[in-house]
Design a protein around this ligand. Structure first.
Ligand code: FEO
Length: 406
């Protein structure tokens, strides 16, 4: 666990977590940090937990003591968000310290009680404040559904620090550099990429609520953004706000100037056409990503599709429907409300079609509103005329996606 001073009276504790499935399902290729913040006036508050998944280790107490905080002096636990990556240590903390008050929204309060049996809770509403003394006044600002209904910002009026919990977070483990002004260009690119992974895996379903939370942040006078995951932004907090604005646009159909081929093939017939399409994209100088399903992790798949302006779905008919691993991927993208992408599908069939019908059903059921070029289906292996139709489709997609590139 690392301890860092953010400003006078504000410290961060941070730890990297690897080898977990985030939310029990997202494989994290590059880990994640859990950040917690200690604010000290005459009284002391700890904002969100950093304790990992299984209790309060000795290292926490040692870390607190090293920054001059006696764990017994903690008066308030501010729970910006009840998800157990931030709150899972409360019951263990209660075992050794019985007189702290939990501060959270009304919606979080119900869950703090149902998950941990806690009842010493002060619920807060928009603009409520907590004076810790010595000029440290914290105010509370609900931002519901980013990504649970309970979520709120905590704002330190003294240093103008926004403790944003999941909002403005990223995946990715931190090395020696934890502040934006310390990051190398490679680390900036890494956290931008991990931010997209995080946004797509955790936040994308709630894009309308994220937009409201961004709007609220933009009404506040912010010098530092201190999230629950990823780096602290003290030099240019605007950067992560602008990144998040871009991510919301990715979820609504915009993307980087790249094409993702989401594909699967039973016996290589559709695969031959994928190889052909790769050659076209290379010839046209279009960056592309290949995601073979079901071999790709959902975490990587959702992130890559989210950031791409153009999507090619290459999948055959299987038992009168769309090849199941690709259908499952599209359903996941639908659950994540990734809408409005420019798209083109092709695929092989044997004795019957049916893939197109299921593709339309998935789009309709999830209200995905993807903008499709006319699909190309071919019987068995692709022939010369099929390759020609596929090439025309790919070139049309490249034209169509230009309007979506940001
Ligand atoms: Fe970082 Fe929604 O938990």
């Amino acid at each position: 666990m690392k301890k860092l001073k953010i400003a006078d009276g504000i410290h961060m504790l941070t730890m990297n977590v690897d080898n977990i499935l985030f939310e029990g399902m997202w494989e994290l290729a590059n880990g994640v940090t859990l950040n917690s913040y200690i604010v000290q006036g005459d009284k002391t508050a700890i904002i969100d937990g950093v304790i990992g998944w299984d209790g309060v280790p000795e290292t926490l107490y040692k870390s607190l003591e090293e920054i001059g905080v006696d764990p017994q002096s903690i008066d308030y636990l501010i729970v910006n968000h009840m998800e157990p990556d931030h709150s899972g240590w409360i019951s263990n903390f209660r075992k050794i310290k019985d007189d702290f008050t939990i501060i959270c929204t009304d919606k979080a309060s119900k869950m703090v009680t149902s998950f941990y049996g806690e009842d010493r809770i002060r619920t807060v509403k928009e603009g409520d404040a907590l004076d810790l003394g010595q000029g440290k006044v914290l105010s509370f600002h609900p931002v519901p559904n980013v990504h649970w209904p309970d979520t709120m910002y905590t704002y330190d009026r003294d240093i103008k620090t926004l403790f944003s919990c999941d909002m403005f977070g990223t995946f990715g483990r931190m090395g020696d550099h934890s502040f934006d002004d310390e990051l190398t260009p490679e680390e900036v690119a890494f956290f931008e990429s991990e931010g997209i992974r995080y946004y797509s895996n955790v936040m994308a379903t709630f894009t309308p609520s994220v937009k409201k939370a961004i709007e609220k942040a933009q009404t506040m006078d912010i010098s530092i953004i201190a999230p629950g995951h990823g780096p602290v932004y003290r030099k240019n907090p605007r950067k992560i706000i602008d990144d998040y604005i871009r991510f919301t646009r990715y979820a609504e159909g915009a993307g980087k100037d790249e094409v993702t081929i989401l594909w699967g093939s039973m016996y290589g017939m559709t695969g031959k056409a994928v190889d052909y399409v790769e050659g076209i994209l290379q010839r046209e100088g279009v960056k592309h990503n290949k995601l073979e399903m079901p071999l790709e992790s959902d975490s990587e798949m959702v992130a890559t599709v989210l950031r791409s302006a153009g999507i090619i779905i290459a999948a055959p008919t299987y038992e009168y429907k769309l090849f199941p691993p690709v259908a499952a991927a599209l359903n996941e993208l639908g659950r994540k409300r990734i809408t409005g992408k420019a798209a083109f599908r092709f695929g092989s069939y044997g004795w019957s079609g049916g893939a197109e019908r299921e593709l339309a059903e998935i789009m309709e059921r999830n209200k995905m509103n993807w903008d499709f070029i006319e699909s190309v289906e071919f019987e068995g292996a692709p022939k010369e005329e099929d390759f020609a139709r596929i090439e025309a489709g790919v070139l049309e997609l490249i034209e169509k996606m230009k309007a979506k590139v940001i």
